[in-house]
Design a protein around this ligand. Structure first.
Ligand SMILES: Nc1ncnc2c1ncn2[C@@H]1O[C@H](COP(=O)(O)OP(=O)(O)O)[C@@H](O)[C@H]1O
Ligand SMILES: [Mg+2]
Length: 263
């Protein structure tokens, strides 16, 4: 079967002007099957975000990526930035303009895809907000990012990501900044979108509690490499690598004693 996206031997390097280069991602392979949720788990600093930003062509200055190949639907793609992927981040505020309304953000994304009238854009934006579970979408269009809760902002980011017509959604620590109840709601939304629309998702987290329940496949990342890969069940119930075992133990601690709060 042809994979939706295949990435072979992806490396990411920090090349500072006056110091030696450092490998941040040391040659990882990713096969992304349509309609699946793929988890990437590893401690902070293990290179998860750099690997994902490389797939988006969004690396910071001084950081370079190289790969043996990027394939989309079996066809070679020259530049990672041309892969049909969009990404949401831990803190939606960093990607939202504080002086622009929710409607402005959504219209911008829609208008880049297709030249519609403002009214038609709004109609599409409202539909999309409904799809991601935002109540009273007409009113929301007029609100500013700071007027929304963290969970609602992340829903807006997901709506924007889906409007780009990307086929893969990378969610990089999408719930880390949210409290546990809202975290569960956002994960449930991602799962629902995956089931209803066959969305393909790469879910990145440092927290096994987030990744364990909902991923078809999991890659465990340590110091720029995948040290263990397998089905969600294998990784969760039959971990082989000592690092995977350590992450599982850590997750068992954080699952206790966290109060929930509402949206
Ligand atoms: N802008 C940057 N320039 C150079 N190195 C960076 C930059 N941002 C992060 N790094 C380094 O890249 C490594 C991987 O970081 P990152 O991919 O953000 O880890 P993770 O997402 O797994 O927490 C870390 O060692 C980090 O210090
Ligand atoms: Mg990160």
């Amino acid at each position: 079967m042809t994979e939706l996206i295949e990435v072979r031997h992806l490396k990411v390097r920090h090349v500072p002007k006056k110091a030696a280069a450092k490998e941040l991602v040391k040659g990882i392979d990713l096969s992304i099957t349509k309609g699946r949720i793929i988890g990437i788990i590893g401690e902070s600093g293990s290179g998860k975000s750099m690997a994902m930003k490389a797939l988006m062509g969004l690396l910071p200055e001084g950081v370079q990526a190289e790969s043996q190949s990027y394939l989309f639907d079996g066809q070679a793609v020259k530049d990672a930035a041309d892969l049909p992927i969009s990404m949401i981040f831990q803190d939606p505020m960093t990607s939202l303009d504080p002086v622009r309304t929710v409607g402005y953000h959504l219209r911008e994304v829609i208008f880049r895809q297709q030249k519609l009238s403002k009214a038609a854009c709004d109609q599409l934006a409202i539909q999309q907000l409904e799809k991601v579970g935002i109540p009273q979408p007409e009113q929301r269009l007029k609100q500013y990012p700071h007027e929304l809760s963290g969970g609602m902002r992340q829903r807006v980011m997901i709506a924007m990501a889906l409007l780009t017509n990307a086929q893969v959604l990378i969610a990089d620590e999408p719930t880390t900044a949210l409290d546990v109840t809202v975290q569960a709601q956002i994960l449930a939304l991602i799962q629902q979108l995956q089931e209803e629309t066959e969305l393909t998702v790469i879910l990145v987290s440092h927290d096994f509690g987030v990744v364990a329940g909902m991923c078809d496949e999991v890659h465990v990342m340590l110091e720029g490499q995948f040290v263990e890969s397998g089905s969600g069940e294998d990784i969760f119930y039959r971990p082989q690598h000592p690092y995977t075992k350590k992450l599982l133990q850590a997750a068992a601690f954080v699952e206790e004693d966290q109060g929930g709060a509402s949206l």
